[in-house]
Design a binder for this molecule. Structure first.
Ligand code: CTP
Length: 401
């Protein structure tokens, strides 16, 4: 439950994207949050307080003069135990109000009256021309200068039929952003490159050799790195997983392709990769005599003769670069983890190696890790992969100079 115990004030302003706020509320409640909805009168043209009360389980506030609050000061009382205020959707008009500190309705007054310690996140939602208008852009710059965080918007098809920037993020993306807002920004300004998932080495056009890696641990590390403020590129073998929100994913099939993409990423002119994390379960060998046609059964019952050759070791190659990024390896062992982990860290020449028991983690949602570095090893007890990934990101951040 990523939002367990969090008190969230959700403000809705006038926009067709109000329909997404309903699902967003549900998603936050499912993630353990308590959600207090506040709506402007424009928002009530798009969705009713009844719907939002039904979904949040709490009466909705719409009026500055709401006598249900003992002291008749909802603009003060509603934020005093809030962990964050999220405005979704946030209209061009409400952005303008925030930029100027307007206090002419409950929601705008509540934002101005919030304690300085309560972060304000806004998810803009408007027509592309409204978004591009210099006045809106001026107001947005003011919001950023005032430490108000923007969530999106996205580009794409709009309800009005036009296409461009201004679409509000989807409910699940907003949820990811809210969860991320509670994570410490330990990797702010850093660039991370990761490999994840299995590789697939063809035997012929329809068959190949792969392994049981699901990609879950690597994707969790990528997500945790994004939450920690990093710019993340994930080079992924074939998995059934959606790309983590905010992460750039490049899909590959074979170990050689994974190697080539990783090296190209590190060689790019604007590439200053700070950290490389090799989570992928890379096939050690490929089939050297892979067939261009589907192999047929032999009449005499004999099996095809496959010839193997070794794949490049991506992690060892990166670690051997003249100016390598901070390299983190993973080791999937079947036994003797403590002994093999330390030996592998030294063999791969990396400052940090993360050990786990392969058959105990592949495809599962939880895991346990042992971190090996020059000072010895530390155990991270069994927990969800996302939780472990966040601990690992903190461990990496603390080792960066
Ligand atoms: N790795 C890699 N390229 C390879 C093989 C492995 O980048 N061709 C990386 C993995 O992503 C992981 C680490 O090396 O971070 C260790 O992988 P593992 O398979 O446990 O180790 P191997 O070097 O293959 O050693 P062995 O299979 O002999 O234990």
């Amino acid at each position: 439950m990523d939002l367990a115990g969090k008190n969230i004030v959700l403000g809705l302003t006038g926009g067709i994207a109000c329909y997404k706020a309903a699902e967003f509320t549900r998603a936050m409640i499912k993630a353990g949050a308590s959600v207090q909805v506040v709506m402007t009168s424009a928002a009530m043209h798009f969705i009713t307080p009844v719907t939002m009360q039904g979904l949040s389980g709490k009466p909705v506030f719409t009026d500055q003069w709401d006598a249900r609050i003992g002291n008749n000061m909802p603009h003060i009382d509603l934020t005093r135990d809030a962990d964050v205020i999220v405005i979704a959707p946030c209209s061009a008009d409400f952005i303008s109000k925030l930029a100027h500190g307007a206090c002419d309705d409950l929601l705008s007054t509540l934002c101005v009256a919030r304690p300085a310690t309560v972060p304000l996140l806004v998810a803009p939602a408007m027509n592309v021309e409204m978004w591009q208008n210099p006045a809106t852009q001026r107001n947005l710059a003011q919001l950023l200068a005032d430490d108000i965080q923007l969530l999106g918007p996205d580009a794409g098809e709009q309800a009005c039929g036009e296409v461009g920037m201004g679409r509000m993020l989807e409910a699940n993306q907003l949820l990811e952003e809210v969860i991320a807002s509670f994570q410490p920004k330990l990797l702010k300004g850093k660039r991370l490159l990761l490999t994840a998932g299995p590789t697939f080495e063809p035997i012929d056009p329809v068959r190949g050799i792969t392994n049981l890696s699901s990609g879950k641990m690597g994707y969790a590390v990528a997500r945790a790195a994004y939450e920690a403020g990093a710019e993340v590129t994930l080079v992924s073998g074939p998995t059934a997983l959606a790309a983590p929100y905010g992460v750039r994913r490049i899909g590959v099939q074979t170990a050689q392709q994974m190697h080539d993409i990783v090296m190209a990423q590190l060689a790019g002119a604007d590439s200053r990769t700070d950290v490389f994390v090799a989570v992928a379960a890379v096939a050690d060998w490929r089939v050297a005599n892979a067939s261009a046609q589907k192999l047929k059964k032999n009449a005499d019952g004999s099996a095809p003769e496959l010839v193997f050759e070794q794949n490049p070791d991506i992690l060892a190659t990166v670690a051997a670069l003249p100016k390598p990024p901070y390299c983190v390896g993973f080791a999937a062992e079947s036994e003797n983890l403590l002994q093999y982990g330390e030996v592998k860290r030294i063999r791969k020449n990396v400052p940090l190696l993360v050990g786990n028991i392969g058959h105990d983690t592949f495809g599962k949602d939880d895991n346990q890790l042992v971190l090996f570095d020059a000072d010895g090893h530390t155990s991270l007890p069994r927990a969800g992969k996302q939780q472990l990934a966040r601990q690992l990101i903190a461990a990496i951040a603390s080792r960066l100079t």
